[in-house]
Design a protein around this ligand. Structure first.
Ligand code: C2E
Ligand code: CA
Ligand code: CA
Ligand code: CA
Length: 269
């Protein structure tokens, strides 16, 4: 029995040690990445399908490591959000967006989580950059993580809104707050998640949810952006339902600034 206990506890120690060192090294990797400015903004255009014109873009981070590897957000953003390292990453990205803005068309939206609001970081950053260009920055609040300090989040949205282009509720329909967040937080813009756009032209039952979201959006006077638009069939369906702002591979992938400018110059408008 004693040997068993010893064996089990040493296994536990080994497991804990592995978990602990994995954590420590990811932290260090991200912190080193920050120091070396390896986190770079990519931009994906949002198009008005009626005119083909660019109305704005979403900034999506890429981790361009010194060894040349390009790491996609799904591989480090969940970790950065859990560890709090997302806060310095976002600040670093905002500084780069600020520098890129004179070359961008329309608005640019930056992804945030509840923690940015609860810590009052956006209004602080906006106030320290009093320049007309920050009025073109908007923020996409994901529903992935619940808001825990509701009053603080609400106060921050009220403080930041007049200083910027406003807030959008991201991944609408997939997460925690949904309809109640919009009303309580005073957000009047939604991103319809790709999951729902994918149902267009299929037998998927979530297609009914897409129609309900669109009907709700019109009724409550929401600005709607459809994300993950990949096909002409989806473009036509959305346009017929009065959803005109589209983002997706059908138009363009997320691009680094130089390729984005090339896209501007080579698109019809
Ligand atoms: P998201 O906010 O829902 O962003 C849309 C994702 O869908 C992006 O993935 C984009 O590249 C991808 N996408 C756009 N159009 C299409 C399409 O037509 N087809 C397909 N298959 N995919 C499409 P990405 O860039 O890998 O980002 C993944 C997620 O990581 C984002 O999802 C966002 O939640 C998060 N993220 C990205 N950058 C940041 C950031 O700076 N801060 C935070 N907190 N999260 C970020
Ligand atoms: Ca987003
Ligand atoms: Ca989204
Ligand atoms: Ca999404």
């Amino acid at each position: 029995l004693l040997i068993m206990a010893l064996l089990l506890s040493s296994i536990a120690v080994i497991f804990y040690w592995n978990w602990f060192s994995a954590r420590v090294s990811t932290d260090t990797l991200i912190q080193n990445g920050l120091k070396r400015k390896e986190f770079v903004p990519y931009y994906q255009v949002v198009i008005d399908c009626r005119t083909g014109q660019v109305v704005g873009q979403e900034m999506l981070v890429r981790w361009r490591r010194l060894d040349g590897v390009l790491v996609h957000p799904n591989q480090f953003i969940p970790y950065a959000e859990d560890s709090g390292l997302i806060l310095p990453i976002t600040e670093h990205l905002l500084e780069q967006v600020y520098l890129d803005l004179p070359q961008l068309k329309g608005w640019v939206s930056v992804n945030i989580i509840a923690q940015h609001l609860e810590a009052g970081l956006l209004s602080k950053w906006l106030l320290s950059h009093q320049d007309v260009r920050v009025k073109r920055i908007s923020f996409e609040l994901t529903e992935r993580k619940p808001i825990t300090e509701f009053e603080l989040a609400l106060a921050e949205i009220s403080a930041a809104s007049p200083l910027c282009h406003g807030f959008k509720l991201d991944d609408f329909g997939t997460g925690f707050g949904g309809f109640s967040y919009l009303h309580q937080l005073g957000i009047n813009s939604i991103k319809i998640d790709k999951m729902f756009i994918d149902t267009i032209g299929t037998e998927d039952l979530k297609g009914a949810v897409l129609d309900a979201i669109i009907a709700f959006g019109h009724e409550s006077n929401m600005d709607m952006v459809a994300e993950g638009v990949e096909t002409q069939v989806q473009v036509d369906y959305l346009a017929a339902k009065g959803v005109y702002l589209h983002q997706g591979y059908f138009y363009a992938e997320p691009l680094p600034l130089d390729k984005l400018i090339h896209f501007y110059n080579n698109s019809p408008h």
